[in-house]
Design a protein around this ligand. Structure first.
Ligand SMILES: Nc1ncnc2c1ncn2[C@@H]1O[C@H](COP(=O)(O)OP(=O)(O)OP(=O)(O)O)[C@@H](O)[C@H]1O
Ligand SMILES: [Mg+2]
Length: 1216
């Protein structure tokens, strides 16, 4: 099969290398190179390997195939070489070395990272710390570094290195050096009281912290501030066998005699709060006590302050040893046992309390009366031994947690700051956590991680993309799963799990089952919440819905047991215990319990209890932390541990992969391949390099300066992009750029001359452009001048015409009248007898017309007057003319009659001629009409036919459109279902992987894990609904056909090549075979090499939109059409050459599928493929899908194909 090496998922190693041996319906089968059993996995879980998997990269973005298989391998290869840091663009992956590696962190190494851009030096936590410091200075903005990872992954160690680097880097002024020492030295002090040994880490931080290092304007450290979150309180009174209580207890009980004597202390085995834990001294508590004292000294604690702190720690231990017995003769009362009275007295002494008051407060509970006696009277209700024990533990927890708050206050007081220009905050908080039993602590931690993951997405993905868009870089978008719904599930007002929990705690008869039920009913159909019965782990199957719930976090599903949720959420101590501590005669103890509203003080008539909720407090703390983070520039460090036991040299790929997935590294990798992770403003870039360049260049405007620099360096335009305000670099390219700039002086000289050349060229082009623009402008002015003259003349003409037109027209009318007068004069001349009489009229007329003409000449006359005068005069002219005519007629009657006679004859002739003409004309007209009628008929017929054809086309178009719309809707539905399926599968996969990891912790993983038949069926059900299998169609038509989707690829091939007699089966096999090829080719395209083209067919043949197969080819071989095609193609690498080298792609289709395929290229050896042998390399599309049959000139004759096939020694092909 395919020779390429691929990564296939493996439960232990994460991914292992192998080769594809079977192409299934929804899966690929891979044979591992180590010879172990073949593994089947879905297409989206198999990835191509790098060409050389032994090579490693500083930045994972430099990988050829950016996928999680190669990401994991890169980390593994580097870990084997003792290289613990790697980048994914600007995110640092820090692998826990699990051993001491001082050479990685010594002072020389620290110095070597100073002032270097990210990527110049090998990846390191110092590089990121340096970048953060420089960003703070150049951008004048506070920064934060979010260090995350599982317990034991190395967050706290990493945080310490960051603080060490920052304090060393900032170059202190004389007074500040003390502050820097205190910043570093405060850690052992804090850790002694807030860290403990767990199964996952011997020095596990049981609280979260955000450490701010403040800097003054000059960049020196001016102080610090620590905020802490969620100290784990349950640990103070009980721990599981292999774990321990807080270090401070063991260190004090193993302290030198003098200290122990002071507080009446013995070895740890004598105290109930320590007895249950592992007591081995591998942690060297005695030695550590000395370190703790030193740390306290350096932080600036006085001897009295130290005594106070240790006195309270000892007091907690003695308090824990007090036991209670039932009080005889009373109902429900209890008393302190004889044997433990001694411990009680010591505890009372250490806390400066009256022993009796301590007994009283622990064995009774103060309550206000509601009815019965006087309303509001305080009464003491005796407590049972068990209740008294609970009160004692609650008191111990409250004392220790208040002491821890005080310690953080002390630490903060030791590095106060008066001036702060900006700060760098380092967040070290527990990563996503899951155990076999998960309670309220894990719930809060995972809620916190959901919020941090959202912040990460927001910064790295959403804001990155928004920035690209705002800067107009035109980079494509990446999909990611938004976890807002999960955050809402936890923190929404009224309906969130925390709100429901608080609501329950406030009820007088609070009940955990009621709370758990409320969670299930409120979020019945919530995607993120389900019942324990649906968990993938067998041990949750028996759990009832009233006992817990499962939350599907972004990193996987976690089952929470709600048993202790109510008490753990309740941060309130009984009134009498609180009052007791406030009454202590010791000022220090009193200060630990400042006055506040007591729990039973009532509000509005005393119905609702005042309730101090831990969940609500954490929610508020978290939101203010996120606001803070939001205001800073953020950097991220993802810590990873290579094995659960933190053993050196052991790399458990499965565990590392799961951590990578939880940290969202795979999504980031996808985004970064198309992204520009390094960027800097023009001014910043200018400031950075101006000192390296001569003043001639340094005096340029920053933007021009950057353009000149990039041009001169001749950087590949694909490696950077100029945005609106910044220049962006591809992963790793900023470092390259930086190196070129800072390289040797000779190179700099060349660079400067090139920049000068570029600038001269640019200025010359600018001058040329200026001259050309002037010429163009002067021509434009000339042109417009000419046009203005034309415009003016037209306008003037228009105005004059409008004013004088009536006069002009009138003038010509009266001139006509004058002409008529001339004719009248002629008539007059013909008269003889009546001439004298008529001459007077004529002269009168002439005078009036001349008068009117002169009037019009002299002044403007209205149209109305002209018309009236004209009307009068013309009728007068007509009258005179008529009169004259009558007279002339009279005088020449005889002559006239004769003349008329002649005229009549003439007219008669004329009439006849005209009639004759008219007859002929009519005849011709009729003939013409007849011709036109026939033409019209023909035209109508043609139009009718055309209309019919148009209607037919219209109907066809409409039908096609409807079909297209149907197909589109169907495709959209399938895409939506596919997306839903992928999301479900992705969550399913994470849930399962998490479950598998948890199962691996167990002695018998196979018993712990639920058999996967259910989800597998589910996935395949979804897959079936979204990706129709070819086997379905025949299966519906003929129920006897087997389910081919389960058949092996080789078996399908065998049936096809053997040519089974069962035509239906053969057709179904061919169809399923080609369908799988399509899925496989789609996988290849999805996983292609950066910038590579894996297509085995020319561009002319486009891929189908989906994988829906065409109709099964049920025809027997001899009846199947054999068709041959030829299309030209140009290889992608040849596109750049000029002229392009063109090749020919030939295909022989046996029915619907390619049987033989041939690529002929003038510069290369011919490539010949034949079905059954090279299927994975051949075109997987059906003839219909290629569109070749519709391509003009593509089809060729069989002889043409065969001739070439034989010429290039193509093997024989037999139809089956
Ligand atoms: N950079 C490092 N060099 C050497 N050892 C390291 C380094 N990082 C971690 N370790 C080892 O791993 C152990 C666990 O590391 P660390 O306490 O920092 O984990 P963590 O992530 O803070 O865990 P938790 O969440 O439990 O507090 C350390 O005690 C140390 O032994
Ligand atoms: Mg830690």
């Amino acid at each position: 099969m395919d020779e390429r090496e691929v990564w296939v998922p493996h439960p232990e190693h994460g991914y292992i290398q192998g080769k594809v041996v079977d192409v299934g319906s929804h899966t690929l089968t891979v044979e591992p190179n180590d010879g172990s059993k073949a593994i089947s996995a879905s297409y989206d879980r198999i990835f191509p390997c790098e060409d050389d998997i032994s090579k490693d990269y500083d930045d994972n973005c430099a990988l050829m195939y950016l996928n999680e298989g190669n990401l994991l391998n890169n980390l593994k290869v580097r870990f084997a070489k003792d290289v613990f840091y790697t980048y994914v663009a600007n995110i640092l992956i820090a692998i826990n070395p699990c051993k001491s590696v001082p050479h990685v962190y010594n002072n020389d190494v620290m110095k070597s990272y100073r002032g270097k851009s990210l990527g110049v030096m090998p990846p390191h936590v110092f590089a990121l710390a340096d970048k953060t410091y420089r960003d703070m200075r150049t951008q004048n903005q506070s920064q934060s570094i979010i260090v995350s990872g599982e317990s034991g992954a190395g967050k706290t160690e990493t945080t310490k290195y960051i603080i060490r680097y920052l304090t060393a880097l900032s170059g202190s002024s004389a007074g500040a050096s003390e502050i820097e020492t205190r910043l570093v030295e405060s850690n052992p002090f804090l850790e002694s009281f807030g860290n403990a040994k767990t199964t996952r880490n011997n020095n596990s931080s049981r609280f979260g912290k955000f450490m701010e290092i403040h800097f003054c304007k000059k960049g020196g450290v001016s102080g610090g501030f620590v905020s802490h979150y969620l100290l784990e309180k349950s640990r103070i009174v009980s721990q599981s066998g292999e774990e321990r209580n807080y270090h401070a207890f063991y260190r004090l009980t193993r302290a030198p005699e003098s200290w122990r004597k002071k507080f009446d202390l013995q070895g740890p085995e004598n105290y109930r709060y320590l007895k249950g834990s592992s007591l081995d001294d591998t942690l060297k508590d005695a030695e550590e006590f000395q370190h703790l004292l030193n740390s306290m000294d350096r932080v600036g604690l006085s001897d009295q302050a130290k005594d106070d702190v240790f006195r309270v720690v000892a007091g907690v231990l003695h308090l824990g040893n007090i036991c209670f017995d039932p009080k005889e003769g009373t109902r429900g009362g209890s008393l302190v046992t004889e044997e433990t009275m001694h411990e009680l007295n010591i505890a009372a002494k250490l806390f400066h309390l009256e022993p009796d008051a301590l007994i009283e407060a622990m064995t009774t509970r103060v309550m206000m009366t509601k009815g019965g006696g006087v309303k509001g009277t305080v009464i003491g209700v005796p407590l049972k031994p068990e209740q008294a024990g609970n009160g004692r533990d609650a008191l111990a927890k409250a004392i220790y947690s208040n002491l821890f708050d005080h310690i953080v206050r002390l630490v903060n007081e030791c590095f106060p700051f008066t001036e702060s220009s900006n700060y760098i905050g380092v967040l070290d908080i527990a990563g996503f956590e899951y155990f076999k039993h998960n309670s309220f602590e894990q719930f809060c931690i995972n809620y916190c991680n959901e919020k941090l993951q959202q912040f990460f997405n927001d910064r790295i993905i959403k804001q990155e993309q928004a920035l690209y868009e705002a800067e107009g870089l035109g980079v494509k978008f990446v999909e990611y799963v938004d976890n807002q719904d999960c955050i809402d599930l936890v923190e929404a007002n009224k309906t969130g799990i925390l709100a429901l929990l608080d609501e329950e705690c406030r009820l007088p008869s609070a009940n955990v089952e009621h709370f758990t039920n409320a969670v299930h009913t409120t979020h019945k159909d919530h995607f993120r919440l389900s019942s324990p019965r649906r968990s993938k782990l067998a041990f949750y199957k028996g759990m009832r819905d009233t006992e817990g719930f499962v939350v599907r976090h972004y990193a996987g599903a976690v089952c929470y047991e709600t048993g202790h949720f109510l008490e753990k959420n309740n941060n309130t101590l009984h009134d009498n215990l609180e009052m007791l501590m406030q009454q202590s005669e010791d000022e220090f103890v009193m200060k630990l319990f400042p006055m506040k509203k007591l729990a039973s003080e009532t509000k509005k008539g005393g119905k609702k209890l005042i309730f101090d909720s831990l969940g609500a407090k954490f929610k508020t703390q978290l939101s203010s932390l996120l606001v803070k983070l939001g205001e800073t520039g953020a950097s991220f460090i993802r810590c990873l541990k290579t094995n659960f036991k933190i053993e050196p040299g052991v790399f458990n790929g499965g565990q590392v992969l799961s951590q990578l997935q939880c940290a969202g590294m795979v999504t980031v990798l996808g985004m970064m391949q198309g992204g520009f992770p390094s960027r800097t403003g023009f001014q910043a870039l200018y400031d950075m390099y101006k000192d390296f360049l001569p003043s001639k260049l340094a005096s340029l405007d920053p933007r021009i300066f950057c353009q000149a620099l990039f041009q001169a360096l001749g950087l590949d335009v694909n490696d950077f992009k100029f945005g609106m305000t910044k220049v962006f670099f591809r992963p790793g390219k900023f470092a390259e750029f930086d190196q070129i700039i800072k390289s040797d002086p000779d190179n700099l000289k060349v660079l400067v001359s090139r920049v000068s050349g570029w600038l001269n060229g640019k200025r010359w082009r600018k001058a040329q452009w200026g001259v050309l623009s002037c010429i163009k402008l002067s021509r434009k002015i000339q042109y417009r001048l000419e046009k203005h003259i034309i415009l003016q003349s037209v306008a003037r003409g228009f105005i004059t015409r409008r004013r004088n037109l009536p006069r002009v027209k009138g003038f010509s009318k009266f001139q006509l009248l004058q002409q008529q007068l001339g004719k009248i004069k002629d008539l007059l001349d013909k008269l003889d007898k009546y001439r004298k009489d008529q001459e007077g009229k004529f002269l009168d007329l002439q005078g009036r017309i001349d008068g009117m003409i002169s009037k019009m000449r002299a002044q403007p006359v209205t149209q109305k007057e002209i018309d009236a005068q004209y009307h009068d005069l013309s009728s007068a002219v007509d009258n005179v003319a008529n009169e004259l005519m009558t007279l002339i007629q009279k005088e020449a009657e005889e002559a006239e009659r004769e003349r008329l006679q002649k005229i009549q004859e003439e007219l008669e002739r004329e009439r006849k001629r005209k009639e004759e003409e008219e007859r002929k004309r009519r005849q011709e007209e009729e003939e013409r009409k007849e011709r036109e009628r026939m033409l019209r008929e023909m035209e109508e017929r043609r139009k009718r036919e055309e209309e019919e054809a148009r209607q037919r086309e219209e109907a066809e178009r409409k039908r096609q459109k409807e079909e297209e719309e149907r197909n589109r809707a169907e495709a959209a539905r399938r895409a939506a279902e596919e997306a839903k399926r992928l999301a479900a599968e992705e969550q399913e996969r994470r849930d399962r992987e998490l479950a598998e990891r948890l199962a691996q912790d167990s002695a018998k993983p196979q018993d712990v894990l639920v058999k996967d038949s259910e989800p597998a069926q589910e996935v395949s059900r979804i897959a079936r609904t979204t990706l129709p299998s070819a086997s379905e169609a025949p299966a519906q038509a003929d129920k006897k056909l087997p389910d081919l989707s389960k058949w092996k690829y080789e078996k399908l091939k065998e049936v096809i090549s053997s040519g089974s007699a069962d035509v239906e089966l053969l057709a179904a096999c061919r169809d399923e075979f080609h369908r799988r090829l399509k899925v496989y080719h789609a996988w290849k395209v999805k996983n292609k090499k950066k910038g590579a083209n894996v297509d085995n067919k020319p561009d002319a043949i486009s891929a189908p939109k989906g994988f829906s197969s065409s109709k099964p080819q049920t025809m027997p071989a001899e009846q199947r059409p054999q068709r041959f095609f030829r299309v030209p193609f140009i290889r992608p690498e040849d596109r750049k050459t000029s002229p392009c080298q063109k090749g020919w792609w030939f295909a022989h289709f046996d029915g619907s599928w390619v049987a033989r395929q041939m690529e002929l290229h003038p510069e290369r050896p011919p490539v010949l493929y034949i079905a059954g042998k090279h299927d994975l390399k051949m075109c997987e599309l059906s003839l219909e899908e290629t569109g070749l049959a519709r391509k003009k000139g593509a089809e060729i004759l069989c002889d043409h194909f065969d001739e070439l096939w034989k010429k290039h020694n193509g093997p024989q092909y037999a139809t089956t």
